[in-house]
Design a protein around this ligand. Structure first.
Ligand SMILES: Nc1nc2c(ncn2[C@@H]2O[C@H](COP(=O)(O)OP(=O)(O)OP(=O)(O)O)[C@@H](O)[C@H]2O)c(=O)[nH]1
Ligand SMILES: [Mg+2]
Length: 257
């Protein structure tokens, strides 16, 4: 009997993840959630990532799938291509989730519940907020650098968003969703900021606190900085420049205050 609940599909971008990828939590999660699909997007990994992913998909062909792209173009393009692939199908909610499970899959139902309970919501964003009683571990340098970058991003977006970069986001599929991913992103890592700028372009006049009717950040109860990040120091140093490029590319979208 097919599951009557609306389908949720997550894009899991993967690059040289053979060392970090543990199939067990993914298999266990989809077994516990028949309404969830995972699309792993590998673009030109040099290690066994693709073979590991294809092995997982062979074990759960109804819920796991692999999109193999080459050559490597970065997380942004992998997520974008995965989104377009999934949006051609029948999914009600679509998102992306880092393969290192820095954000545990266990929080996916919480993200879905918010979209179900608040019909006007269009996007749920995970946020890494180190609050008492929450297990949020980030390397100090990444944390402080991230705070500066996030503050700049929030300012240029005109949105009071705390954490644009957390690799766990879920969107309600609607008439404008595919258009958010139609064009390639300009940046490899700051594409989350571009995604929000594109969202602003689709919602003229919605900025500041008013955006909270459509976008919600969820402070994660648990987020662990998993060793083996693909983010290089040069990527971090390029972030201010990437944000400037975003401010320029989306100046019209962002001017629609
Ligand atoms: N397909 C694809 N996935 C990538 C690429 N670079 C990184 N990823 C994936 O993107 C996710 C995040 O990458 P990480 O290396 O964990 O980066 P991070 O330090 O956690 O960075 P934040 O997401 O900013 O916390 C992981 O699932 C990676 O496999 C890429 O070039 N191609
Ligand atoms: Mg990570």
């Amino acid at each position: 009997m097919p599951d009557a609940r609306p389908v949720t599909t997550l894009i899991v971008p993967c690059f040289d993840e053979a060392g970090r990828l543990d199939p067990a939590p993914f298999l266990a999660f989809v077994d516990a959630h028949p309404e969830v699909r995972l699309l792993f997007v590998d673009d030109g990994s040099a290690d066994d990532t693709l073979a590991v992913l294809q092995g997982m998909a062979a074990e759960r062909p109804d819920q796991l799938d692999v999109l193999a792209l080459a050559p490597n173009r970065g997380k942004a393009e992998a997520v974008r291509r995965g989104m377009l692939h999934v949006l051609a199908g029948d999914t009600a909610y679509v998102g992306y989730w880092d393969a290192d499970l820095a954000t545990p899959l266990a929080f996916v139902p919480d993200f879905v519940r918010l979209l179900v309970e608040r019909p006007r919501l269009e996007m749920v964003l995970g946020a890494r907020v180190k609050l008492l009683g929450r297990e949020v571990q980030r390397r100090p340098l990444r944390h402080y650098f991230g705070r500066v970058a996030a503050t700049m991003a929030s300012w240029l977006l005109g949105l009071p968003v705390y954490d644009t970069q957390c690799g766990a986001k879920l969107l309600r599929v609607g008439p404008g969703t595919a258009a958010l991913f139609a064009e390639p992103f300009s940046t490899r890592w700051a594409f989350d900021v571009e995604l929000l700028a594109r969202w602003r372009g689709q919602h003229p006049g919605v900025a500041g606190e008013a955006a909270g009717d459509f976008l919600v950040e969820v402070p994660l109860l648990r987020w662990l900085d998993v060793h083996g990040s693909k983010v290089k120091a040069t990527d971090l140093l390029r972030a201010p420049w990437d944000l400037l490029r975003i401010a320029w590319r989306y100046r019209r979208e962002l001017a629609r205050g």
